[in-house]
Design a protein around this ligand. Structure first.
Ligand SMILES: C[S@@+](CC[C@H](N)C(=O)[O-])C[C@H]1O[C@@H](n2cnc3c(N)ncnc32)[C@H](O)[C@@H]1O
Length: 331
């Protein structure tokens, strides 16, 4: 076997030499060969998963199938299908970039899946991965039970995934999708066109609610930035490819969330509901505003740091919320 010298891969058992490209592309022939090989290399390299998948096999499957322009639900019989020489070199190159550059697979292949829908994905916005997908797919039960939704807002939309998925699942809703980043909004617009929901989705550039004067919603959903500066400094390399504007939000991760809490009531209809993802910052939020009755939503895998709050609770606790939001505005 023709092998290069040492490389930077880590393994629990040995430091594997980098395999020779020509040798590998001659040995591996089928789709399943490349998925298996990619998964082995990803494991040996100690990659971090979590942008789209939580394990090396799903990650390699996404990379191989998407780069061959195949759907993720391809029948298993196609696994033995052979790759052409050009495809082998291309797929191997992507596997190596995933390892060497720590690029998320969604950015490498330019697409990912959210709530069962395909989205374009690149460095202009975070890779879609919010647990809110589960709420959209399950009809927001029980959170919307008995409520009439006509107008919905996806605040901090990034790639547009949450708002576009809402428009797909609930075709009678009108959805505004909002972000402050021109880069994110250009990708979101491409996804609106890609999913053919332009007739019921408005793309708005706004610093949170500043550009939404006079607009009211029955449902506001937001996955804002909520990573603390300390957490950001410790994130694995995969996250360095995503825009920092989409990740960090002050020392405790709550700067943007507090502004949303402070301003949301003015943009919610009387029976309106606010749903916000804050991840690990849940604990800091509970500690900061212990009197506010956040309802922390249980997902199939357990709690994920996503709360629901009624407009009437926002109004009842407006004083403490304003004080907390104002304290950091004046910092
Ligand atoms: C965590 S990302 C979420 C993207 C998308 N909702 C998702 O789930 O993948 C947060 C987004 O908030 C946007 N953002 C940050 N500050 C903002 C602000 N003041 N007003 C509006 N959007 C903001 C960022 O540009 C980024 O796209």
């Amino acid at each position: 076997m023709n092998l290069h010298g040492a490389n930077d891969e880590q393994s629990l058992y040995f430091t594997a030499p980098k395999p020779d490209r020509a040798y590998v592309t001659a040995e591996l022939t089928s789709i399943i060969d490349f998925i298996r090989y990619g998964a082995s290399r990803f494991s040996a390299a100690g990659l971090t998963f979590g942008h789209s998948h939580d394990n090396p096999i799903d990650e390699a499957t996404h990379l191989v199938l998407a780069s061959l322009h195949l759907p993720p639900d391809i029948p298993p019989a196609y696994g033995v299908g052979k790759l052409t020489a050009e495809e082998r070199v291309r797929v191997l190159g992507l596997i190596e970039r995933r390892i060497n550059e720590r690029l998320p697979v969604a950015y490498l292949v330019g697409e990912t899946w959210f709530a069962g829908l395909k989205f374009k994905s690149d460095r202009r916005a975070l890779v879609p991965r919010s647990p809110v997908a589960e709420l959209i797919e399950s009809g927001f039960t029980p959170w919307l039970d008995g409520r009439h939704v006509e107008h919905a807002l996806d605040l901090c939309t990034g790639s547009g995934c949450i708002g576009i998925a809402m428009a797909e699942y609930y075709p009678h809703w009108h959805v505004d999708i909002v972000d402050i980043s021109d880069d994110a909004l250009s990708l979101a617009r491409e996804n609106v066109a890609f999913q053919h929901v332009g007739d019921r989705v408005d793309v708005v550039r706004s610093d949170l609610f500043a550009g939404l004067k006079g607009r009211q919603y029955d449902l506001i959903v937001s996955n804002p930035p909520y990573v603390t500066e300390d957490e950001y400094a410790a994130l694995p390399g995969e996250y360095s490819h995503e825009p920092k504007l989409g990740l960090t939000s002050g020392d405790d991760g709550l700067d943007i969330c507090l502004r949303i809490l402070d301003e949301a009531a003015d943009h919610l209809s009387e029976d309106g509901l606010l749903i916000v993802e804050v991840g690990e910052s849940e604990h800091a939020l509970n500690a900061l505003l212990p009197e506010v009755p956040f309802v922390w939503i249980e997902f199939k895998v357990g709690p994920m740091g996503v709360f629901a709050l009624e407009r009437r609770d926002l109004i009842e606790h407006a004083g403490v919320i304003r004080a907390a939001a104002g304290a950091r505005r004046s910092r």
